[in-house]
Design a protein around this ligand. Sequence first.
Ligand code: 8DG
Length: 133
Amino acid sequence: MKPMLLVAACALVDVDGRVLICQRPQGKQLAGLWEFPGGKLEPGETPEECLIRELDEELGIKVTEACLAPFVFASHGYDSFHLLMPLYLCRRWDGFVTAREHEALAWVRPDQLSDYPMPPADLPLVAYLRDFL
Ligand SMILES: Nc1nc2c([nH]c(=O)n2[C@H]2C[C@H](O)[C@@H](COP(=O)(O)OP(=O)(O)OP(=O)(O)O)O2)c(=O)[nH]1
């Protein structure tokens, strides 16, 4: 039986309707692929608390729980774990988005997200963003 990994992720959406994606650094699992910011829940954390922490650590921005809107989720079997990943939408934050932990950042129109290689778990999410945003 594979362990279940719970990861909270967020699509930041700017005033032009573009979405932020972040390139995973070399040396990590899924290196070079473009992902939504976020990460694993720490013990006792809610998904919203996790995102508030991760968006600060990874991008240097402040978000509030009220600005995190639950959107869709991914459920994907990787070889060594099963990923359950709620994706939130956020259109308001404080501060300037900076790559603190990622190789690169990109603001991308939803219809162009398919030009960026993403982890397999993310592919169904992209279709929802294209339809909804
Ligand atoms: N943040 C994020 N993680 C994703 C996405 N898609 C996807 O399959 N994942 C996977 C990659 C990782 O296995 C896991 C997220 O873990 P993480 O970012 O907290 O940790 P990590 O693998 O970078 O490694 P570490 O921090 O433990 O060193 O979820 C996504 O869009 N965003």
